[in-house]
Design a protein around this ligand. Structure first.
Ligand code: SAM
Ligand code: DTB
Ligand code: SF4
Length: 327
C-alpha cells in the first residue's frame, strides 16, 4: 500500500477531540459522499456495534401554552397551531405511559414540558415522576426548559439520568429562530446540568432555512463543548401549520444524512439520534442515516405533539436492515 493511500484512510479514533474548527467541520461536509460515509461508518464501528439502535420513547407531560417564541414550535402559545394548553400530567398517568413504553421495548423514557423554565414546585412533581419511572428499570430523561444550578442538583438527586436541552442551530442563525432567550442562556443551562453530574442530551434542528455554514457552526459548537453531550439528537424540522417556519423550503434529505455523518465523526463516542422528522422520511434515507452513524431513534407513534412512525412499521424497518434494539 502506498504511503499516500495509507494517510487517506479514516482514523476512526476513539479519542474525542474538543477543538474542532469550523474549517475542519466544513471540510467534512464538503467531502465526496462516499468518502464522508466511509469515514463516518468507520468511526461508528470503532466505537459501537453498528447493528444496535438505542430506543427512546417521548411523552409530553405538559403540553402547549409556552411563553417562548421558538419559530419551529407548535407549543408556543403565540402561534395558532391547534395545540391546546394543558396542565402537568398526573403522576399515575405518566407512570402508565412509561410502563407501556417499556413493554414496547424502549430503554429510555423522555418527559418533555412546554415551559420556559420550571418553577420549583414543578421540579418537585417531575422528580417524583423520575423516581417512579426509574424504579421500572427505564433510563430517565427530561426536557423542561432552562434550569438553574439548584434545580439541576435537585433533579440529579431524584436519579435523573439525562437532561435534554438543545442548542438548536448555529450562534449566528439562532436570533432568527428565537428571541425570548439567548444562546448564552442555553449554554448556561447545559453547564448547570453537566456540573450537577447529569448526562447531557443536546443537539439541534436542521431544515429551518439555515445554510451550510449554520449546520457547520452548530456541529462545531456541540463538538467544542468541554465534554461532548452523551446524546446528540439531530432533528429534521417538522413543519407545523401556524408556526413561522411552516413554509420553509425542505432540506435535501442527503444534506440531513451528511449532518448525521459529520456529527458522528466529530463526536465519536456519543449516541447520535435520528430524532424528529422520520414520519416524512423514506426508509432509504433512514437507512443512510444508520450507515452514517445514527444509533438512536424515538420510538412510538407520537413525538411530543406531532406524529412519529408507528411501532410496527419501525420494527419492520429495523428488521429489514438487520438492526436490533440496544438493551
Ligand atoms: N420547552 C423546553 C425547551 O424548549 O427546552 C423543552 C421541550 S422543546 C419542545 C425540546 C426541543 O424539541 C426543542 O429544543 C427543539 O429542538 C425540538 N423541537 C420542537 N419543535 C420541533 C419541530 N417542529 N421540529 C423539530 N424539532 C422540534
Ligand atoms: C429533541 O431533540 N427532539 C424531541 C426531544 N428532543 C424533546 C422533540 C421533538 C419535537 C417535535 C415536535 C413535536 O412533536 O411537538
Ligand atoms: Fe416552548 Fe420549548 Fe417550544 Fe420553545 S421549544 S416554544 S421553549 S416548548
Amino acid at each position: 500500500m502506498s504511503l499516500s493511500h495509507h494517510a487517506a484512510a479514516p482514523s476512526g479514533s476513539a479519542v474525542a477531540r474538543h477543538d474542532w474548527t469550523r474549517v475542519e467541520v466544513r471540510a467534512l461536509f464538503e467531502l465526496p459522499f462516499p468518502d464522508l460515509m466511509y469515514q463516518a461508518a468507520t468511526v461508528h464501528r470503532r466505537n459501537f456495534d453498528p447493528t444496535e439502535v438505542q430506543i427512546s420513547t417521548l411523552l409530553s407531560i405538559k403540553t402547549g401554552g409556552c411563553p417562548e417564541d421558538c419559530a419551529y414550535c407548535p407549543q408556543a402559545a403565540r402561534y395558532d397551531t391547534g395545540v391546546k394548553a394543558e396542565k402537568l400530567m398526573a403522576f399515575d398517568a405518566v407512570l402508565k405511559e412509561a410502563a407501556a413504553a417499556k413493554a414496547g421495548g424502549a430503554s429510555r423514557f423522555c418527559m418533555g414540558a412546554a415551559w420556559r423554565s420550571p418553577k420549583d414546585r414543578d421540579i418537585e412533581n417531575v422528580c417524583a415522576m423520575v423516581e417512579g419511572v426509574k424504579a421500572m428499570g427505564l433510563e430517565t430523561c427530561a426536557t423542561l426548559g432552562m434550569l438553574n444550578r439548584e434545580q439541576a442538583a435537585r433533579l440529579k438527586k431524584s436519579g435523573l439520568d439525562y437532561y435534554n436541552h438543545n442548542l438548536d442551530t448555529s450562534p449566528e442563525f439562532y436570533g432568527e429562530i428565537i428571541t425570548t432567550r439567548t444562546y448564552e442562556d442555553r449554554l448556561d443551562t447545559l453547564d448547570h446540568v453537566r456540573s450537577a453530574g447529569i448526562n447531557v442530551c443536546c443537539g439541534g434542528i436542521v431544515g429551518m432555512g439555515e445554510n451550510l455554514a449554520d449546520r457547520v457552526g452548530m456541529i462545531a459548537t456541540l463538538a467544542s463543548l468541554p465534554q461532548h453531550p452523551e446524546s446528540v439528537p439531530i432533528n429534521m424540522l417538522v413543519q407545523v401549520e401556524g408556526t413561522p417556519l411552516a413554509q420553509r423550503t425542505k432540506l435535501d434529505p442527503l444534506d440531513f444524512v451528511r449532518t448525521i455523518a459529520v456529527a458522528r465523526i466529530c463526536m465519536p463516542a456519543s449516541m447520535v439520534r435520528l430524532s424528529a422528522g422520520r414520519e416524512d422520511m423514506s426508509e432509504e434515507t433512514q437507512a443512510l442515516c444508520f450507515l452514517a452513524g445514527a444509533n438512536s431513534i424515538f420510538y412510538g407513534p407520537k413525538l411530543l405533539t406531532t406524529p412519529n412512525p408507528g411501532r410496527d412499521s419501525d420494527m419492520k424497518l429495523l428488521d429489514k436492515l438487520g438492526l436490533r434494539a440496544m438493551e
